[in-house]
Design a protein around this ligand. Structure first.
Ligand SMILES: [Zn+2]
Length: 314
């Protein structure tokens, strides 16, 4: 993972997210800075209602801005290869706001990005290959051969990190309190898993359709959370990374996975969690328990737990 090794997006950049949230952070010392206010107004009018994860337009903008990370302008007027091909008005707005962002917010974001990378990099070097092999094994696939680009930014989306496909790129907020300490490694591998977990989602959909069952909402994502957490738990629980860390640890050592810590299962995923936890050695042929989650598709859960049986201790 490129940035985890210390290169890439920690550089000064033109990230849309950063520009947007720079506006959100506009404090008294920046208020009245016309170009920044213009950029915020432009973002509100054109992009704020769109989802960073699902809007093709925003995904393309993010990727384009990442591709031009070495450029200090986006129009190509100084260096031709820096013509990012963005809409003219957006180029103008970003270039006008950039000096304010650089002066007031970038130093803090840059420090946070570098600090985040510095802390997680040793864990990635030590555990990364083993973890990626384990996860790929669970999902019955291969970890991508190519490096996965990970962009660190002051802010990501509402969840603190997200991943977009084609090309596979991960964006992580270095300032988000949920991503700190030992949790950084889980965030990294959770997001990376989005690149290999697609067959799980496809299988759930297929199984449900074949049986004319409702597709359980977000089951595949709950599984990715559960799987990453359980694969990383022993690693983080026993490593020095968790010891004495305020984030992601429980008293007396050990590691509490993100979904448990943040209460994700309490927000409608409780049935999924119970099945994942209790059905570690179910097989596809097992008898359904008497209380199937409704309208969830039980077969999808069984399919999923058959994957989980590869590592959940019975
Ligand atoms: Zn996810």
């Amino acid at each position: 993972m490129r940035n985890a090794a210390g290169s890439g997006q920690e550089r000064e950049d033109f990230r849309t997210n950063s520009e947007h949230h720079a506006g959100c952070e506009t404090g008294p010392h920046l208020r009245g800075t016309a170009h920044l206010d213009d950029a915020v107004a432009y973002y509100v009018a054109n992009y704020a209602a769109k989802d960073l994860l699902f809007s093709t337009e925003l995904i393309q903008l993010k990727d384009q801005l990442g591709d031009f990370e070495d450029c200090d302008e986006l129009s190509g007027r100084k260096r031709k290869f820096c013509d990012a091909g963005l809409p003219a008005k957006l180029t103008q707005v970003l270039e006008a706001a950039a000096p304010v962002y650089r002066a007031h917010l970038w130093p803090e974001h840059d420090r946070a990005n570098r600090r985040w990378i510095m802390r997680v990099a040793p864990l990635v070097r030590e555990q990364g290959v083993g973890l990626s092999e384990r996860l790929a094994d669970v999902y019955q696939t291969r970890w991508p051969r190519e490096k996965i680009r990970v962009d660190l930014a002051g802010y990501a989306n509402w969840s603190g990190a997200y991943t977009t496909a084609d090309p596979l790129r991960v964006t992580i907020s270095s300032l988000d309190s949920r991503n700190q300490g030992a949790a950084a490694l889980e965030v990294l591998f959770h997001e990376g898993s989005h690149g290999i977990a697609e067959p799980v989602q496809a299988a759930i959909i297929r199984e449900c359709r074949q049986r004319d069952k409702a597709i359980p909402r977000d089951l595949w994502h709950a599984l990715v959370f559960y799987t990453t957490g359980e694969v990383l738990r022993p690693v983080l629980g026993s490593s020095g990374a968790a010891a004495g860390d305020q984030d992601g640890t429980v008293p007396g050592g050990g590691y509490t996975p993100y979904a448990l810590r943040e209460g994700l299962y309490q927000r409608g995923w409780n049935d999924y969690f119970n099945y994942c936890r209790d059905s570690g050695n179910l097989t596809l042929m097992d008898t359904p328990p008497s209380t199937t989650p409704s309208p969830a598709c039980f077969f999808a859960v069984v399919f999923a737990t058959s994957l989980l049986s590869r590592y959940v201790v019975s």
